[in-house]
Design a protein around this ligand. Structure first.
Ligand SMILES: [Zn+2]
Length: 489
């Protein structure tokens, strides 16, 4: 392995003379004085690396703070003339002079005084200097600081986030500040005009339509203050070529809502649009068997191949087995093995036959109901249970993708011990987490601002059921696993 040399910076021998505390010292002189101070302390107590590091950090911070204050100072006072309104462009005179704003930056606290203008025509107040410096429109922290606090707040409970912050930075912050930052960014996300813009800012659309797409929606329960347990819906949209079986998905899109089916539909549609789903020839929709799931599939992707998630097909059989045999019956393991064998076929017929044979041994109504429910479930979904065929064509049969999505999109942040969410904050966090997981930590904060730049689209009439491409036969072709390669072009 080659070791790259980091070019050494040479310290300047010129003092800036900018009137600040260290302004009459050149960089080289500053460092020399620092080393002398260390040597003095060493003489007294014997400085450890810890001491040296802390001192270097403190000195660095003091310099940063000075530098920041001096740079703001250097801007000079505002000229007090009329300034263009950001909305209508008309010139607007100063309404109030020298309004002070304090805020925290990574280089320390900053005090800024600036002029306030108010456009009567637009009923809009603005601070030209804030805009010039690109300060966030509201709040008490700089953009760079907001981005970092947000990252902590997205990954842990607010109190823990504040503590972790203190490990990394020397300016302490409160739990409440973390909460306010997350709230503010949550509101900003809500102000974005389109979910599609958010999806595309989080993860750019592919240049060409992917060969195939997997869509997998599912539900997960969250504890709310107002209504107890409420279902959060999570969906994954992944490019087929970026799924590594049984391992991972590269760059999936996530959507999540703590709300009704219409909101979920809108969120999922945006993710599909961002993946150019209308031009994708094969879409695979994996679901848990809930009716509303297939309704959504027929609505959004009418030509998708629907697959009943294998894991859910087994779980439902286990629920029935427990009713028949008892919760902890040792026979349940055999029951599971047998069901797995039977349904891993091209239809659930064999499983249904064997389940019907069990009817003879039923002694209570509860047993009958349990068996009947399972048989109905398999019959309703029989076209979606052609597992041998799906497997041979290289299609996924389990929604491991969405199961793990629940864990790392929602549960790791929102289902920690003792956590209860107000519906308002819960809704915000659910959507933020999905976007965070789609965009990744580096892009997340920027993506929300970026999406805000997209203007509101003109409301145009939507054609009913804009088809997600051509009709697919329910039987995937055995010749060409990717369906259209041989057929088109
Ligand atoms: Zn105006």
């Amino acid at each position: 392995m080659s070791r790259r040399r980091i070019p050494k910076k040479t310290l300047s021998g010129n003092a800036p003379h900018d009137g600040t505390k260290f302004g009459d010292l050149s960089d080289a002189e500053l460092v020399r004085q620092f080393a002398e101070e260390l040597a003095r302390r060493r003489g007294r107590a014997g400085a450890t690396l810890d001491d040296i590091e802390t001192m270097a950090e403190q000195l660095g911070r003091a310099t940063e703070e000075e530098l920041q204050a001096a740079s703001i100072e250097a801007l000079g006072p505002e000229d007090g003339t009329s300034k263009p309104c950001p909305k209508c462009g008309g010139l607007v005179p100063v309404k109030a002079r020298n309004r002070v704003r304090h805020f925290m930056t990574l280089a320390g606290e900053l005090r800024l005084s600036r002029n306030y203008h108010h456009c009567k025509k637009c009923q809009l107040g603005f601070y030209p200097r804030d805009r010039e410096l690109n300060l966030p429109e509201e709040g008490e922290v700089s953009d760079a600081m907001e981005k970092r606090i947000l990252d902590f707040g997205m990954n842990g409970a607010f109190a823990e986030a504040a503590q972790r912050w203190d490990v990394h930075y020397s300016v302490p912050i409160s739990d409440n500040l973390v909460r306010r930052v997350v709230d503010r960014v949550g509101r900003r996300r809500e102000n974005a005009h389109s979910r599609l813009a958010l999806q595309q800012a989080a993860l750019p659309s592919p240049l060409h339509p992917p060969k195939w797409l997997i869509v997998a929606p599912d539900g997960s329960m969250l504890l709310t203050r107002e209504h107890g347990w409420r279902e959060a819906k999570v969906g994954v949209v992944a490019r087929g070529e970026s799924v590594i079986p049984d391992e991972a998905v590269i760059e999936p899109r996530y959507v999540a809502v703590l709300g009704n089916q219409d909101e979920f539909r809108a969120a999922l549609k945006a993710a599909l649009d961002a993946e150019l789903a209308d031009d994708v020839m094969r879409i695979v929709w994996i679901g848990d068997g809930a009716r509303e799931n297939w309704t959504l599939a027929e609505d959004l992707c009418p030509f998708a191949i629907q697959i009943l998630d294998f894991i859910h097909a087994v779980q439902n059989a286990m629920a029935c087995g427990k009713k028949l045999l008892g919760e902890n019956d040792p026979g349940l393991a055999d029951w599971e093995q047998r069901i797995r064998q039977l349904i891993d076929a091209n239809s659930p017929d064999a499983a249904i036959r064997e389940l019907l044979d069990c009817m003879d041994f039923c002694t209570t109504d509860e047993h009958f109901t349990a068996l009947d429910t399972l048989v109905r479930y398999y019959r309703t979904n029989d076209k979606r249970m052609r597992y041998t065929e799906f497997r041979e064509t290289g299609l996924p049969i389990g929604s491991g993708i969405v199961e793990s999505a629940h864990k790392h999109v929602l549960q790791s942040r929102m289902k920690q011990a003792g956590q209860r969410w107000s519906v308002l904050r819960g809704r915000r966090m659910v959507e933020l987490r999905a976007l965070y997981r789609t965009a990744g930590p580096r892009r997340f904060h920027w993506a929300i601002r970026e999406a805000l730049k997209t203007p509101a689209a003109h409301q145009h009439r939507q054609l009913p059921n804009g088809p997600r491409r051509r009709r697919q036969s329910q039987t995937p072709s055995r010749v060409s696993p990717l369906g259209r390669l041989s057929a088109s072009n």
